[in-house]
Write a protein that binds this ligand. Structure first.
Ligand code: NAP
Length: 337
């Protein structure tokens, strides 16, 4: 282990926010995490930096996960079990599974980031969450000094949430995820219940889509609606969709009849944060160098030269506008470092 010092982190976060790490180490194999000197260090484990707000310099050791590898572990009558290293690019991994003839992850095409980061916030899109296709997560536990494998049922997956976030394990660097095993069921059904995907397939006149057709539709829709981080720095959806009591959702729908509402199994109602932000006047609006994207109000963008403090200011202004108009609290999705 031979960390670099005073490393610029701007290229390592998709919001392109400035900040330096006191120490920086690229990790390309799980064994590198076992170095005894790492235990006492203040750590942060970084994947693709696509769900991160860098609020300034980091005075600890930044472990940049770049463990490669993808393979079929086993196959039974019902499923394929595929393992991928934490550093694999998520989108490339999804496309690789599809070319191998293993469907299941296609709705999650083009999500930025790495395989190792996917379980942390239980990435999701178009009616699919990574938890739906995940078998187990393996990571190095710096406290127990052991490689742990956590089965899906113990990962406490919830909407954009998991054990890794809930326990603060991710933020305090307790665990570095080294690999993930996915379980892709052979009894595959296309998941096209989101209107954008159904519409895209209809436009292409595809009535019985393959997994690859769904991936192509998802990619087309995402490319139309979402900014490319390489061109317009962003961290994807910036706020969680709020889930509110049914009484509040009904009261809001009386006042705003076009309010999109998605009833949840527990009786509460999911609202679309992007719609609330747009109605509160923030679609395409900016405060200094940070604004909400003109084609999708849920995406916060750095229009050039922003700092983490600029992001915090715009975030607070958007939250205040939505609170004032709808009495709904928006919580940010990214991790703040
Ligand atoms: P959209 O289709 O404009 O829909 C707005 C919101 O309504 C979505 O956030 C979605 O919730 C919800 N929704 C739409 N159709 C639904 C249905 N049939 N059943 C239940 N909920 C429904 O959303 P979008 O912004 O273009 O995003 C499309 C998908 O990609 C969404 O699933 C979104 O979460 C995902 N995405 C995630 C990120 C990220 O950074 N986390 C970034 C971009 C897109 P859900 O968000 O709960 O699905």
């Amino acid at each position: 282990m031979n960390p670099s010092t005073n490393v610029d982190l701007t290229p390592f976060n998709t919001l392109a926010l400035p900040g330096r790490a006191a120490r920086y180490q690229k990790i390309t194999a799980p064994e590198a995490l076992t170095a005894p000197e790492l235990v006492k260090e203040k750590r942060f484990v970084l994947g693709g930096g696509s769900n991160l707000v860098l609020t300034g310099d980091f005075d600890g050791l930044l472990l940049h996960m770049a463990i490669p590898g993808k393979r079929l572990v086993k196959e039974d009558a019902e499923a394929w079990f595929i393992e991928a290293g934490a550093g694999e690019n998520w989108h490339d991994f999804v496309q690789w599974t599809l070319t191998r003839g293993w469907p299941g992850l296609e709705n999650l095409s083009l999500i930025p980031g790495t395989v190792g980061a996917a379980p942390i916030q239980n990435i999701g899109a178009y009616g699919l969450e990574v938890a739906d296709c995940l078998h187990s997560v393996t990571g190095w536990d710096f406290e127990k000094k052991a490689l742990l494998t956590i089965d899906r049922g113990d990962c406490r997956f919830a909407y954009r949430d998991s054990l890794f976030k809930q326990q603060g394990w991710h933020l305090n660097g307790r665990i570095a995820i080294t690999s993930v095993i996915f379980r892709l069921a052979k009894a595959w059904q296309p998941n096209m219940r989101y209107a954008d995907i159904a519409q895209e397939l209809a436009t292409r006149e595809i009535a019985a889509p393959s997994a690859q057709d769904i991936a192509t539709a998802v990619i087309a829709v995402r490319q139309r609606k979402l900014p490319d981080p390489a061109v317009t720095p962003n961290a994807g959806s910036f706020f969680h969709n709020p889930v509110v009591e049914a009484v509040l959702a009904e009261a809001l729908a009386d006042a705003y009849p076009t309010l999109p509402r998605y009833p949840q199994p527990d009786g509460r109602v999911k609202l679309a944060a992007g719609w609330l932000i747009e109605q509160a006047g923030w679609k395409g609006k900016a405060l200094g160098p940070v604004g909400m994207y003109e084609k999708q109000a849920l995406v916060l963008v750095n229009r050039g030269g922003a700092t983490g403090q600029d992001v915090v200011r715009t975030m607070a202004a958007v939250q205040a506008a939505v609170r004032e108009k709808f009495a709904v609290e928006l919580t940010p999705e990214p991790i703040f470092l």
